[in-house]
Design a binder for this molecule. Structure first.
Ligand code: PLP
Length: 394
């Protein structure tokens, strides 16, 4: 008998995948330029020049046996030193190479952290709206996910609900700021309050509650906003970073986990993260791109188009009568749907060749996710369709 959970995970097509297939079919019928696909979070801008330049230089100059060989499981030492230097410059921290565990993107970082710290029966708290893979990653460890309903006014944290959800089984809390799907960035006030609640709960239950911070959008933040660096506020923080979005490299699979020295039993936690990577069969992250990302760690792709798109869409959708909490970062927004049933709303949107994702899958019904990592011209062309959709419900 097969593992039923795995069979189910492998056969259920995600809503986003369904939309993607629908989009391909419609494009064949009416032309790709008439299909407004806002379903997927694939960066739409090229990587900065330093990525290809570094890759080419390394291929030409480095001993290929070393370049294409296995690295240490936790990542090449020189690479981890460069990553620590970059973080120290940017966040005024004192990290060293051994705080860094290089991963196959943030997804692997999350899995390594969760598997490293969770035991069956533990609970991991997640705030809606959330990245749906969290549930898969958490349940893969035998722990359960406890979902805190969204604060739909600002997409910060509903602290009353959060505090009520913490108990002796709470092993970790996952936060994602800038957030997929809302585009919200947690304010310093939110982060301070979160840290205070976790400090108090950790003392009450005589065990650390880990704060796993999932940060693939850390650099994609709009003018006027800052992303507080969470380890400075809470010592038992595990950072999961990725270059998928900032360097437009999602297919190259590169990121890292930081286990700060300040975390309780830091060395044991690091060992548990590394042990989880081993048990999950990651072996090591891709060697060429470990080196490329380390050398380009202080760069980003030209991400300015995301802010242009955010401003245009927020203004236009509001004029049409949509309720939009203006995103502060990422390339997503999460407006309210014009009827309560977000699944029916997104289905209707297809009649206007608009592909947008129901909020239900992100744990927040009555909303829809729009991924605006697309050329601005596609947004301009799609406005008429958004307007027709609004008029249909008026
Ligand atoms: N976390 C969030 C919130 C994401 O949106 C994504 C990807 O879209 C990931 C994690 C996974 O990113 P990576 O490509 O680094 O594994």
């Amino acid at each position: 008998m097969l593992n039923e959970r795995m069979v189910a995970l492998g056969t259920q097509r995600s809503v986003i995948r369904e939309l993607f297939e629908f989009g391909k079919k419609r494009a064949a019928e009416i032309g790709a330029e008439n299909v407004f696909d806002f379903s997927i979070g694939n960066p739409s801008v090229p990587s900065p020049d330093c990525v290809n330049e570094t890759a080419i230089r390394l291929i030409q100059e480095m001993d290929p046996v070393v370049l294409h060989g296995y690295t240490s499981a936790q990542g090449d030492l020189g690479v981890r030193m460069m990553m620590a230097d970059s973080a120290n410059k940017r966040f005024q921290t004192n990290f060293h190479a051994d705080n860094f565990y290089v991963t196959v993107g943030a997804a692997a970082g999350l899995c390594c952290c969760l598997n490293g710290i969770c035991n069956p029966g533990d609970e991991v708290i997640v705030f809606a709206p959330y990245f749906p893979e969290y549930k898969v990653f958490i349940e893969g460890t035998g722990a359960t996910m406890k979902l805190i309903p969204a604060d739909i006014e600002a997409f910060q944290i509903d602290f009353e609900a959060f505090e009520a959800a913490i108990n002796e089984k709470t092993k970790a809390v996952i936060v994602n700021s800038p957030n997929n799907p809302s585009g919200a960035v947690y304010s310093e006030e939110t982060v301070k309050k979160l840290a205070a609640v976790l400090d108090e709960a950790s003392s009450k239950y005589h065990q650390p509650i880990y704060l796993i911070t999932d940060e693939p959008y850390r650099e994609i933040v709009f003018s006027g906003y800052n992303v507080p660096f969470i380890p400075k506020y809470y010592k038992n923080t595990l950072v999961c970073y990725s270059w998928s979005k900032s360097l437009s490299l999602p297919g190259e699979r590169l990121g890292y986990v930081i286990v700060p020295d300040e975390a309780e039993d830091s060395k044991l936690v690091y060992a548990a993260v590394a042990g989880a990577g081993r048990s999950l069969g990651y072996v090591c992250a891709p060697g060429l791109f470990q080196r490329v990302c380390a050398e380009c760690a202080n760069e980003t792709a030209d991400i300015s188009v995301y802010e242009t798109n955010k401003t245009l869409l927020t203004k236009s959708l509001r004029e049409m009568g949509y309720h939009v909490v203006e995103p502060q970062g990422t390339f997503y927004m999460f407006p309210r749907t014009l009827i309560n049933d977000d699944i029916a709303f997104c289905e209707k949107a297809k009649d206007f060749n608009l592909l947008i994702v129901p909020g239900t899958g992100f744990g927040c019904s009555g909303h829809t996710r729009i991924s605006y990592c697309v050329p601005t011209s596609r947004i301009e062309k799609s406005l008429d369709a958004f307007d027709k959709l609004a008029k249909f419900y008026r």
